[in-house]
Design a protein around this ligand. Sequence first.
Ligand SMILES: Cc1cc2nc3c(=O)[nH]c(=O)nc-3n(C[C@H](O)[C@H](O)[C@H](O)COP(=O)(O)OP(=O)(O)OC[C@H]3O[C@@H](n4cnc5c(N)ncnc54)[C@H](O)[C@@H]3O)c2cc1C
Length: 412
Amino acid sequence: MQITRPEKHYDLIVVGGGMVGASFSCALAAAIDEEKFSILVIEAVTPDNDLARQSSFDARSTALSYGSGKIFDKMGLWQQLQDAVTLIHQIHVSDKGRLGSVKLSREEHNVDALGYVVQNQDLGHILNSAMEESSIISLLCPASVSSIQAIQNGMSLELVCSEQEFTVDTALVVLADGGKSPVCKQLGIERSVERYDQHALISNIVFEKPHNNIAFERFTDTGPLAVLPLEPIDAKNRGSLVWTLTENEAVEFPNLSEEILLGKLQERFGCRLGKIRAIGEKFVYPLSLSLAKEQIRPGIVLLGNVAHTLHPVAGQGLNLALRDTEVLVDVLSSAWRQSAPLGQMYTLLDYLKRREQDQVQTAQFTHTITQLFSSNNEVKAWLRKFGLIAIELVPRLRRGFAEQAMGLKNRA
Ligand SMILES: Cc1cc2nc3c(=O)[nH]c(=O)nc-3n(C[C@H](O)[C@H](O)[C@H](O)COP(=O)(O)OP(=O)(O)OC[C@H]3O[C@@H](n4cnc5c(N)ncnc54)[C@H](O)[C@@H]3O)c2cc1C
């Protein structure tokens, strides 16, 4: 339910009601499902007024893995979500101007889809409605945290909501306020940041041929370029573009005429979808690998972009955070059933131990392919040519690649 004044105490507080904070809250509410359990979600932007201003629910689309579909199903949200998604039947990975490609298909893996594409605003509406309908979740917005401090058995937070100040306390704060988290800075939690000197240009595009539910990942000398399938509108074939650009291109390209920009895009993407006919509103995001040096403290756990912000190559960020969410919910709901304090280090260490391997491997996977596939260097070009051929031909490598893409690797 949406509220305007918080109570003094909640069993758990989530800071940030974006894709990760909202998904976690809905998942925990579904797992505990007891009226006496209380979750407060503090979100800076009011969803019903301007969802697009919320950093999670802007004009992007997200590729959800097959495994993430199962996680939304567990949360009881798949019914609503499946009407909003476009199925991915095949994934084509190729390297511009070089031999070697990988093609994965749903038939080979015996699933209805390798993954699903959802427009972030549609996901936002579904998650916000679920939070509003829940009697366990209280959604306070627009509100933000002005200070946070440890107290006996938990944390105390000073909040500002509609120019009023409130103090609330809780056993556990789940910090999900994104990669720029001011709360994290206030807590003195440091980050290791590696900038890629790349930006992602995001837009919806219209093209000549039907996409046949294929998601394309194309590697070019300036970085990866992805086109995700979207449902047609007015019989126009549509896709969601994520186009990695250099620093200079990121300044220049959004200001080019549509004709020139489409020419450049066609040259990099090729003719798989026929002529690219139109490009919509464009948004540019700087890209980096940014990892929090601590993810847990007594009474605090970091989730989503605040814990690990990855390059969007291969669509791993939200999918990784959903796998984290699944395990955190499992650990916390068991602690609740055993009447154990939610914020104790023993519980949080159990979560981290179960998630460490997947987090490290997924960050390494995105970092390695970003480095390897964003260069004209001949050695790297040979490595990726043989890498792609090997993934296509060697069953063990192919299975590992497919599991990463489908979000099944290291899943709990
Ligand atoms: C171009 C691009 C494409 C991507 N594509 C994919 C993909 O296809 N598949 C995939 O899995 N991942 C993808 N990702 C990654 C995915 O977008 C992120 O993993 C996801 O947005 C992380 O969500 P979050 O909720 O952690 O953070 P955010 O999206 O940043 O949300 C943070 C929330 O916290 C709120 N907030 C901030 N500060 C405060 C405060 N002080 N108090 C209260 N609330 C606050 C904000 O309003 C916001 O709602 C992509 C990323 C990019 C950049």
